[in-house]
Design a protein around this ligand. Sequence first.
Ligand code: AP5
Ligand code: ZN
Length: 220
Amino acid sequence: MRLILLGAPGAGKGTQAQFICERYKIPQISTGDMLRTAIKDGSELGLKVQDIMNSGGLVSDDIIIDLVKDRISQPDCENGFLFDGFPRTIPQADAMREAGVKLDHVLEIAVADEEIVNRLAGRRVHPASGRTYHIDHNPPKEPGMDDVTGEALIQREDDQESTVRNRLAVYHDQTAPLVDYYRQWAKEDPEAAPEYHRVEGVGSVEDITRQVTEALGPKV
Ligand code: AP5
Ligand code: ZN
């Protein structure tokens, strides 16, 4: 299975990706996680993107498209993959279409802006794995510690309220047009285009997982 998770910052893409990837046995390709790893490693790419990410802006399409093309050519992507946080602009979506990357599903997770600011203020992450928690809605077993490794959780640099508001503005401007892009394509050419699904992203994590698995179909 090859799919795109589409949704605003904090919509729950990373949270649902964990379940989906386990269920369908596919790797999660999170461009955000890849860029954060590059920053942590102090690589050339990391130095280039650090300031943009911390301000909540988007990294240039060229950098992202190269990164993703390279990643999906790896052997573990042969049976499919999940894109989390990619594509995020029309040129990124066009690049996949032009490269002939056939996608099965686009799954939109819809959440209103007000809910998002609250969610991101309470988010905690395990930086090494990308595992994500929320202090109230999805707490770790031990406060401040990752369930699997017991290592410390951190807050993401870009989860301060003013940065979150900027990320939301960028989402509405640059990424939300992809909703129409994929809907329109599915209508015009259902053979070639991915199937489009929308789930409401408000409710318990388990509830949303149920809707997601219903939309995507049986386990492989
Ligand atoms: P990226 O890492 O992709 O961040 P994002 O899209 O802003 O999304 P988030 O990771 O913030 O949210 P999420 O939807 O994964 O939510 P989560 O599951 O964690 O990108 C970061 C930056 O990298 C960008 O700003 C940009 O600079 C750059 N970048 C990345 N990709 C790029 C690209 N393609 N092009 C250009 N630049 C790119 O959940 C959020 C919180 O809510 C958690 O605490 C979670 O526990 C909680 N939660 C989840 N579900 C629920 C629920 N149902 N109820 C209550 N709480 C919930
Ligand atoms: Zn995420």
